[in-house]
Design a protein around this ligand. Structure first.
Ligand code: FO1
Length: 310
């Protein structure tokens, strides 16, 4: 089994490459749920949905989230009733949130609901939320503690980041099968996701960080920072706020106590020596996933770095 630690858009695009070279049945993805938030009484799990929609071929490619060609009639009507409209939920996307929330209300766990959804979307890989308990990523700013979606989508990442807090993490548990999957994995791949809020939240679930030290499979990470900036999202602002260098070296430092190999982009080849000085062997390749061929190439390079024959 190959295990991938995943956030949203970057991870979903990386997984599009991985599924070209690894049969889906041999793949388990552990997904960040720190971005989850209730809207209109519905449980929205952005990263789980981004991964599922992308692999099911439904995603709105331009945004990287939501469903392609979706309409927004429900939101238009909701705003007529005075609701806020900063977080766009399409009509078909809303069906996912209604269905998920309904099943959660009936007593199913988030893992159970996710497994039903991925099956119904025709996916054969195993998709595990990092935890079945609610964990909410918050950003400490001068304006107070903001939920990650409020910091990013509502306020466009304009607040200075002072700290990142995973509310609920200390009392949460990893979802069923998460720890066993990591222990038994032939390789653990860390997708090119935000190291602070996407992977950092997964590592904040008690037991997950520790089990990475016991894992028998190689642990290989892909840097989401290329040429000193993230491909997408606010990783630079969060890293800078926490005093972490916004570079592939900064990402490697986040993972240094358990990482076996770091994969960085050709543009950052000059940083390889600095990462190797941390004791982390480094592979330099093209990590820009502009098409399916580039995605498959990256997946092959990462698996090769992990010692997996594909
Ligand atoms: N991101 C935005 O920037 N604006 C939105 O209105 C928005 C809506 C949205 C709806 C459903 C969903 O699953 C994701 C959505 N996202 C939106 C993306 C999301 O905020 C982030 O990209 C993830 O949380 C980070 O991976």
């Amino acid at each position: 089994m190959i295990v991938v630690l995943a956030g949203g858009v970057g991870a979903a695009r990386f997984l599009q490459g991985v599924v070209q070279v690894v049969p889906q049945q041999q793949l388990t993805v552990i997904v960040n749920t720190g971005d989850d938030r209730d809207f209109y009484g519905l449980h929205v799990s952005p990263d789980l949905d981004i991964v599922m929609y992308t692999l099911a071929g439904l995603v709105d490619e331009a945004h990287g989230w939501g469903i392609r060609d979706d309409t927004y009639h429900t939101m238009e009507q909701l705003t007529c009733y005075g609701n806020e409209d900063w977080f766009l939920l399409g009509d078909r996307d809303l069906a996912t949130h209604i269905h998920r929330s309904n099943l959660l209300r009936q007593g199913k766990t988030l893992s159970e609901v996710t497994d039903l959804l991925r099956t119904q979307l025709g996916l054969q890989l195993h998709i595990l939320p990092m935890s079945d308990q609610p964990i909410a990523t918050h950003i400490q700013t001068l304006a107070g503690l903001l939920h990650f979606q409020e910091y990013m989508v509502k306020r466009h990442c304009t607040d200075e980041v002072q700290d990142v807090v995973f509310v609920g993490a200390s009392t949460a548990q990893p979802a069923p099968r998460v720890l066993d999957a990591l222990k038994e994995a032939e390789a653990i791949l860390i997708a090119p996701s935000n190291p602070i809020v996407s992977i950092g939240s997964i590592l904040a679930v008690p037991g997950i960080h520790d089990v990475l030290h016991e894992a028998s499979g190689m642990i290989v990470a892909v840097s989401p920072i290329v040429g000193g900036a993230p491909i997408k999202g606010p990783a630079d602002k969060l890293m800078r706020g926490l005093g972490i260098d916004v570079s592939a070296v900064g990402v490697a430092r986040c993972y240094r106590d358990f990482l076996d190999v770091m994969v960085i982009d050709e543009q950052d080849a000059h940083l390889a020596a600095d990462i190797e000085d941390l004791g982390i062997p480094t592979v330099v390749t093209n990590t820009i996933m502009h098409d399916m061929t580039a995605k498959a190439h990256l997946a092959r390079s990462v698996l090769e770095a992990a010692g997996v024959t594909v």
